[in-house]
Ligand binder design. Structure first.
Ligand SMILES: Cc1ncc(COP(=O)(O)O)c(C=O)c1O
Length: 381
């Protein structure tokens, strides 16, 4: 039987390809974005206890009350924005589910969603599956900022959503308050919904403050804000995240969530609820924790021929390899994993139309030993 694919552009992701090559070539894997260290012991103890205490059946669809309350408390404490845990917070199976549910709840066939390239790879398939169109706007180089005039020019009567991501994967760029003001001015008096992917919300460096859309009262009334416990608590494999949106938007979001997953892994919800309450210092100290890793990694790479781009947030380092090879980034990544013994991620798969750059992404959410082993190899190139 001939299957008429709904996602003709989707193949094996670059992350799977690079991880497979890393295994084959015994390379140090700085490709896929996950920590190679463990979540806090107290969090692991909590999840084990939750299972031992029988928290093993379906959770309430929208998330256990205690976790939603903790998310609401944290949101108010950090962003000065009060949200109702009952009507505005929904626990999801990772940020990926929340992004999909938000797009499916809001965007209809024939409508348009503005995304910024390079963009996270789950956005476009979620838009395509609605029969909608992703309108790609490239971020400006070399700082990966948003050209707001291009956004104004891209708006049409079909524009239903603008999808932003700060701190940004893969560049680490962060949006400023002035950016959010520009966005607010553009969507004012329209029916455009903002979807804000803030999974790296607690990883912002050099004393800067994360400009959550939830800090911006005008934008907060028309936005779905998505975050991920996987990034904050070093447990990407647990796949727990959440979405915050005003009541009417949350009601639509929950209609999709209800039939997409219904509910999220129950023991982890109990563990996060306990841990958030007992250890708020974990997320408060996360910028310093990752800044130390960023600085160590940059110091280790300083003698190499790689040019290091600035990293204002997130846990990725972009490097320009043009002093080493004048080949495209996919070929360079393959060369690097085979000959150099380090797996990285090329940037072009994050673009609809990639610019002529010589950049690859390295993940520094790694132990010292991993960073040192990678740097030793990279410094030989
Ligand atoms: C920008 C961005 N959004 C969403 C996700 C997915 O988060 P989760 O693992 O919670 O689904 C990631 C994970 O790498 C990401 O980098």
């Amino acid at each position: 039987m001939q299957i008429d694919t709904k996602l003709p552009k989707v193949g094996t992701t670059i992350f799977s390809v690079m991880s497979q090559l890393a295994l084959e070539h015994k390379a140090v894997n700085l490709g896929q974005g996950f920590p190679d260290f463990e979540p806090p012991q107290a969090l692991r103890d909590s999840i084990t206890r939750a299972m031992a205490e029988g928290k093993n059946q379906y959770a309430p669809g929208i998330g256990i009350p205690k976790l939603r309350e903790q998310i609401a408390l944290k949101t108010e404490r950090l962003y000065g924005h009060k949200v109702s845990p009952d009507t505005e917070v929904t626990v999801t199976s990772g940020a990926t589910e929340a992004l999909f549910a938000a797009i499916a709840a809001v965007v209809r066939a024939g409508e348009e969603v503005i995304v910024f390239d390079p963009c996270y790879d789950s956005y476009e398939p979620a838009i395509d599956l609605q029969g909608a169109k992703a309108v790609h706007i490239p971020l400006t180089l070399p700082d990966f900022g948003i050209d707001w005039q291009r956004v104004r020019d891209a708006i049409t009567p079909k524009t239903k959503m603008i999808l932003i991501n700060s701190p940004h994967n893969p560049s680490g760029a962060v949006l400023s308050r002035a950016d959010l003001d520009e966005l607010a001015a553009i969507v004012r008096d329209t029916a455009i919904v903002v979807l804000s992917d803030e999974v790296y919300e607690h990883i912002v460096f050099d004393g800067a403050q994360h400009q959550s859309v939830l800090r911006h009262p005008e934008l907060a009334t028309r936005s779905v804000v998505v975050s991920s416990f996987g990034k904050t608590y070093h447990c990407t494999g647990w796949k727990v995240g959440y979405a915050i949106a005003p009541k009417a938007l949350t009601a639509e979001f929950r209609k999709v969530h209800q039939y997409l997953t219904f509910c999220t892994f129950n023991p982890a919800q109990w563990a996060f609820a306990e841990f958030l309450e007992a250890h708020p210092e974990h997320y408060l100290e996360l910028p310093a924790f990752y800044q130390a890793k960023r600085d160590r990694f940059r110091q280790l790479l300083a003698p190499s021929r790689l040019k290091l781009l600035d990293v204002p947030g997130g846990y990725f380092q972009l490097v320009d390899y043009s002093a080493i090879r004048d080949i495209d980034d996919i070929n360079f990544s393959e060369y690097l994993v085979r000959e150099g013994g380090v797996a990285v991620i090329p940037l072009t798969p994050f673009y609809e139309t990639a610019p002529e750059t010589r950049l690859v992404r390295l993940c520094f959410a790694k132990n010292d030993a991993t960073m040192e082993a990678a740097a030793e190899r990279l410094c030989k190139l």
